[in-house]
Design a binder for this molecule. Structure first.
Ligand code: ZN
Length: 895
């Protein structure tokens, strides 16, 4: 069936709803192929809007009956919209009943009511509720819900919905029921139902106010032993939000449920969060350190939505970042606070920046670039992007940088004081922040600051420093530009907070004194750039300093600074700020890579890295008191996509060859140091996912990877054997997978045997098996070997394209995560991509549209890739019955 609407929705066209819905009483008769839904609503006209018909959204529903105030009533259909014209005049409430049925078993889109492993689940954000019943399916219509679920008791012993259980009992014919009432008004996208054979880990907690709550984590029977970490993360989340933001849990009962079929990571339905199993289930034998971390942050994220999203929600979907940017910021802060040490906080911050650059910067530079608050969309599902989430979080972080941590808390307090229970806009949040901090730079600059919401593109911050020995002054000239993005040829200057220090010859931060200040400050200062260009003069500077710019990554910009290698080496050795210290190493590597890529192909050196850089990395690796996790970050070279993002013309094979050469050289040049690093860090004792032991495993894993790489290229031969041994006897998945990856990525013969063994060990563990598929899709390409292997794996009995996690692990890993294997001169990678996009589009358009984005950067490819990519895109675009989701992505790409 065709989509409900195929026209563009514009932010400017927002109009309040013509009707409000006060309460909803839903009754479900749950059957896999035909579920009946009775929807009793109390509605009233919105007196602020001219009288008009009631238009209820629907999508793939079968309508049985409409009853108005107890009487049958006339209605008509406008496409999938149910239109009622003859409604009572005036603003008195009236009752409307709608009977529909739907088919959960056939629901492969996983939006609305669907089945997973024989159980029922729902997903309603953004527009899934209309697939359950006719409704005003928009976030500014907030209603009180009462839900009765009826189902076979044996097959569906657990019946859950939002809020509190008010009644339950038996029915005839082996059926039973449960009635739930949610005391909080909510938009339809936060509605949820779960029914099936589930078991729960339970924990009662008492929060600061003395209130008792029941926390539950529901999973399939047999998975209970994998819920401890999720439960602990949930408890930490509840305590943290109360301590840091004064936001208490407002429900007696808070439930988390895991499903293995889910389009996204998780969903913040009020009191009943539904999660992808990937972000709930973990045990040391099947989950890695990063899995444990991801669970902590996603559990936090969804829980924090209870206030930032549920208590205060979005007026319309253009305001999505209001809840997502803010909630990502909150989950990032949560993970940092939980990590404990300064170093662990910095490591988390660096990882967040790596992710932003890997995904969001390219998005901002590509055909799908859009502002944090977009102006239009064809399909809202396409705007759950890294710009809305991660760049949105950076924007929220800049508020905190501008008004300070206490000021930020005041702003949040005022936001809730003003807007609790409402559906609001990004402007409302900005205003609360400014009003709570009337004397701040933010309040003074608010209209300009809000350009972060309206202008797309990653700003470029250019920095130039000049030291004047006679005047003992250092002048820093900062200028900003922002490249054009689709529909936005010209940009106005942003407010850019630039946190910086000046590093002296001895490696210490100099005191900072701008020329108009009375006295210096210690070490760190945040300059607030508002103009296209500003010159800042620091006085009392005795010798030429090295500027350390954008400390902590204080703004989501690209820094264009023509530093000398000596300056970068100085920062790499001494910078007191871990972010800029790490960044100095990345800049060194990046400039070497870019120089190699730009040079003649036959003139490229097998050993591009210079001695000074290698010596600096060696020294850092051996530095006694430095955090191993930080060392691992510094010793990891920038990835191919990040390098591609810096170039106007992208030759993926050339980038790959240069990266390979650099990595191999690093592996060989530091062989003894890697061996030391492995031996010194490989034993982490009994498994615990804490940052200290995880950091040790991370560095040992990197070392083993480097040692196996060196071994397969003429280095010390014992390492692949050691890796195989470690793979066999590892006490946890992190060590095991690191060893397996070391074998696979180095192309060693033992890799095949290890993969086979891994499969036998984990064939019944879906999440571990996802890693097995992904690893083979990520494997190095020997004469085009990866694509045929991916094709073979698609026929594997454990592969199923309809399961999003599995599709992502194999197909996405190949198309998105292995550029050298994907960009083939014979265009077979692109043909594979097009086939899978088309195939997936008939199953699950949201997942298909995500895959479609793998071709975002096609226009910057060199030939023959460019023409072949365009052809593949055109082939997808030419299909007449394409979903809105995929059509929007490929149309933008080809525009
Ligand atoms: Zn979210």
């Amino acid at each position: 069936m065709r989509e409900g609407h195929s026209t563009v929705t514009r932010r400017q066209d927002y109009a309040p709803p013509a009707f409000w819905i006060d309460s909803v009483d839903l009754t479900f008769d749950l059957e896999p192929t035909k579920t009946r839904v009775l929807n009793k609503m109390v509605l009233r006209r919105n007196p602020d809007v001219p009288a008009q018909p009631l238009r209820l959204d629907g999508d793939e529903l079968n309508l049985a009956r409409v009853v108005l105030a107890g009487q049958g009533c006339s209605f008509r259909m406008d496409g999938q919209t149910l239109v009622l014209e003859n409604l009572p005049e005036g603003t008195a409430p009236f009752e409307l009943e709608v009977f529909t049925t739907c088919n959960p078993e056939k629901n492969s889109k996983l939006m609305g009511l669907f089945m997973s492993g024989g159980d029922f689940f729902t997903q309603c954000e953004a527009e899934g509720f209309r697939r359950i019943t006719y409704f005003l399916d928009r976030p500014d219509v907030m209603a009180t819900y009462t839900v009765t679920l009826r189902a076979d008791r044996k097959r569906y012993p657990v019946l859950l919905s939002n809020g509190n259980l008010v009644e339950s009992g038996d029915l005839d014919g082996g059926r039973h029921f449960a009635t739930w009432h949610d005391p909080f008004k909510k938009p339809s996208y936060l509605f949820a139902v779960v029914a099936g054979q589930l078991v729960a880990r339970e924990q009662r907690i008492v929060t600061r106010s003395g209130r008792e709550h029941l926390l539950q984590v529901y999973v399939r029977p047999g998975d209970l032993d994998q819920t401890e970490h999720a439960m602990n993360s949930l408890i930490h989340s509840v305590l943290w939000d109360e301590a840091r933001f004064g936001l208490a849990l407002d429900l007696d009962r808070f439930m988390v449920v895991a499903t293995s079929d889910f389009n996204a990571g998780a969903m913040e339905n009020k009191g009943l969060n539904i999660f992808n199993t990937k972000y709930v289930l973990a045990k040391p034998s099947t989950a890695t350190d990063s899995d444990f971390d991801a669970i902590e942050s996603v559990i936090g994220h969804e829980y924090f939505h209870n206030w930032t999203g549920d208590r205060v929600t979005c007026r319309d979907w253009f305001q999505l970042s209001l809840k997502e940017g803010l909630t990502v910021f909150r989950d990032q802060e949560f993970s940092q606070d939980l990590a404990g040490t300064d170093s662990a906080r910095a490591v988390k911050r660096i990882q967040d920046v790596i992710n932003l650059r890997a995904a969001q910067f390219p998005e901002d530079a590509g055909p799908m670039a859009h502002p944090v608050r977009p102006d239009e969309y064809l399909e809202i599902s396409n705007f759950y992007t890294t710009t809305i989430y991660e760049k949105g979080a950076e924007v929220v972080r800049m508020y905190q940088t501008l008004v300070g941590r206490d000021g930020f808390r005041k702003g949040v307090d005022l936001y809730f004081q003003r807007h609790d229970g409402q559906a609001v806009t990004c402007d409302d949040f900005a205003q609360a922040m400014a009003d709570a901090n009337p004397d701040s730079d933010l309040a003074r600059l608010l209209p300009q600051f809000k350009r972060w919401y309206s202008q797309a593109g990653t700003p470029v911050l250019k920095a130039e420093g000049r030291y004047d020995a006679a005047a003992r002054s250092y002048t820093l000239t900062l200028s900003q530009t922002c490249p054009p993005t689709p529909g936005q040829p010209h940009k106005e200057p942003f407010v850019i907070p630039v946190r910086l220090g000046l590093v002296g010859a001895d490696g210490r931060d100099l005191p900072l004194q701008l020329d108009h200040w009375q006295r210096p400050v210690d070490g760190n200062h945040t300059l607030v750039l508002t103009e296209p260009e500003t010159r800042f003069t620091f006085v009392g500077v005795d010798s030429e300093p090295v500027p350390s710019l954008l400390r902590g990554f204080s703004a989501p910009v690209e820094l264009d600074w023509d530093a000398t290698p000596e300056q970068l080496l100085h920062l790499l050795a001494h910078d007191s700020d871990p972010f800029t210290r790490w960044e100095a190493g990345q800049r060194l590597a990046l400039s070497i890579a870019i120089e190699q890529i730009a040079g003649p192909a036959d003139g490229s050196r097998a050993e591009p890295l210079n001695d000074a850089y290698l010596a600096a990395l060696r020294a850092l690796l051996r530095e006694p008191d430095l955090d191993p996790a930080f060392k691992a970050l510094v010793l990891t070279l920038p990835d191919e996509d990040y390098i591609a993002d810096q170039l106007d013309e992208v030759d993926p094979q050339r980038i790959h060859a240069v990266c390979d050469a650099m990595e191999l050289q690093l592996a060989k040049a530091l062989q003894t140091d890697w061996a030391w690093a492995y031996d010194a860090h490989e034993n982490t004792g009994a498994y615990s996912p804490d940052p200290v032991s995880a950091g040790r495993r991370e560095l040992a894993g990197l070392a083993l990877h480097m040692l196996c790489l060196a071994a397969t290229h003429g280095g010390e031969l014992v390492w692949p054997g050691k890796a195989y041994q470690r793979f066999k006897d590892a006490g946890n998945m992190t060590d095991r997978l690191n060893a397996l990856e070391a074998l696979v990525y180095s192309g060693h013969d033992l890799a095949g045997r290890a993969l086979q063994r891994y499969y036998e060990l984990f064939r019944h563990e879906p999440l571990a098996l996802d890693k097995w598929f992904a690893l083979q899709a990520h494997a190095p390409d020997h004469n085009g070997s990866v694509l045929p292997q991916v094709r073979t794996l698609m026929k594997h009995p454990d592969f199923n394209l309809r399961t999003p996690n599995r599709a992502r692990s194999l197909v996405f890993s190949y198309c998105n995560g292995n550029p050298a294997a994907f960009h083939r001169t014979d265009a077979a990678g692109y043909a594979f991509w097009a086939d899978r996009v088309l195939e997936l589009d008939t199953i699950n358009p949201q997942v298909a549209a995500r895959l479609a984005r793998a071709m975002d950067a096609w226009a910057r490819l060199v030939e023959p890739y460019r023409s072949a990519a365009r052809e593949a895109l055109a082939r997808v675009a030419a299909k007449p019955s394409l979903s809105n989701d995929v059509r929007e992505v490929v149309t933008r790409a080809l525009a």
